[in-house]
Design a protein around this ligand. Sequence first.
Ligand code: DLL
Length: 458
Amino acid sequence: MRLWPESSARAESEKPRMKFPFENRIWDQAEIMPVADRRQLQLQRLAELVARLGSVPFYKQAFARTGLGPEKIKSLDDLRRLPITTKADLREHYPLGFLAVPREKVARIHGSSGTTGKPTFVAYTAGDLETWAQLCARFLVAGGLQPEHTVHIAFGYGLFTGGFGLHYGVERVGAAIVPAASGNTPRQLMLIQDLGAQVLVCTPSYALQIAETARSTGLDPAKLPLEFGHFGGEPWTEDMRLQIERELGILAFNNYGLSEVIGPGVSGECAARTGMHIQEDHFIVECLDPDTLQPVEPGQPGELVFTTLTKEAFPLIRYRTRDIARLDDSPCPCGRTTARMDRVIGRTDDMLIIRGVNVFPSQVEEALLRVEGTAPHYLIEVDRPGAMDEVTVHVEIRPQDFSDKMSQMQSLREQIDREVHAVTGLRMQIKLVEPQTLERSAGKAKRVIDHRREKGLI
Ligand code: DLL
């Protein structure tokens, strides 16, 4: 299996190795604890986790099948005997079958999109929300945040974990927040200028969009008050980092997370920017061959699999992220003793990330199936002509439904547009094509052409 595109491999070697552009601060002493002590803590937390998971039917059954229990967890290697958890398992136990606490202990529910059009929900106790805020505070401080800063957050505030996760992290640090949320870029520019934010928090592609919109209105984006940015939620390259830094005149930091594991806060870069420090006192990370599920050689790319050690409401054992990255446990000049992950270089499934939103091709298919007159032949074309992702869905019309009447075709197009938006939450351009025009394949149908990959943008 080919795990990463050539362009990403090339970008790795060209990676800038900037050293400490500002004072190196540590938010939590746990980040610099001796590795052996952390491993001991992980082991203790793992045994406690297995004991807690007896209340979750999925794990209870798995433990019963394999004869595993907390008393069998004697070393961290015993993790390998524990069951793997996948997104399909979460979906099978929709909506909250993995809940490990009584329902009245749940303080918040977030979610991310899935293949069925229904989100995968994740729950948090008040304690989980506190942990989450602390973990976000860790990487924000590692990447330069200080209490005197003003932070402009242009992530969506909603089921998506980006907005609220970063919000409470910034609040913990004591900085001022402008919770701008996403959309209406001219207004975002006005807020950044007028309120003087030094820090921008959003997806990397939206950072570029902000720069592009500034230029289009005759404003030099490098003259904005911004000094640095924390970007995540979607894949990006070193080239893109350089472009963001050049355009906005800032330092750009990468942070990673996924809702099932906690949201943002799983890992983030420090000032040395030699990979994202993984919060290993809260998560055990494995890097596995996605086909054999055996560990890859140290430093080789593999699928990241996380075990959440401290989460109360929604703990998961060995959750397969589908994200491919390399791990590095060599010492970091910042003094943090945690392992780092390099940027995500691909996914093992067909999930697309469009403007930070996760979309599976099967969601588009589901939307098409709701509309009478569309054949099961479609092609999703993704591109990033400017700063933002654009999606065109080519839909083949059944011969009997194909009409020369413009009005009929227009109404069909609008119907598809509505359904695609309802299922994916995204606006895509819909192009109707004549019967038999899309290429047929003998094997797996080619549903997606992602020009961003050819261009080395993801
Ligand atoms: O995207 C959580 C997040 C929000 C992280 C904001 C950082 C900032 P989900 O919507 O569940 O959660 O999507 C998770 O997004 O499995 C990766 O494929 C991708 N992803 C997230 N951060 C990065 C990153 C949030 N820095 C999925 N680089 C993950 C590459 C990323 N991919």
